[in-house]
Design a protein around this ligand. Structure first.
Ligand SMILES: [Zn+2]
Length: 69
């Protein structure tokens, strides 16, 4: 299982980035909302979208889930 966090602040593009724990591009802890542990990034994104409908994968740690908007 991998822990995931979502950035509480919106990016300039209007989305909330989802990061794997330990990502070097991860923002400071106080700007993160922990969404928990998931077996796959798909599940993490799904859960993040319940809180932030415009959640998007980090282009660094979740490149397969990063979508340009
Ligand atoms: Zn990341």
């Amino acid at each position: 299982m991998q822990k995931y966090h979502v950035h509480k602040k919106k990016m300039a593009s209007g989305d909330h980035e989802v990061h794997k724990e330990g990502c070097e591009w991860c923002p400071p802890q106080d700007q993160l909302y922990s969404i928990g542990e998931f077996p796959t990034p798909e599940k993490a994104l799904e859960s993040a979208k319940k809180k932030y409908p415009n959640a998007n994968g980090c282009h660094h740690c979740l490149p397969d889930h990063f979508q340009l908007v």
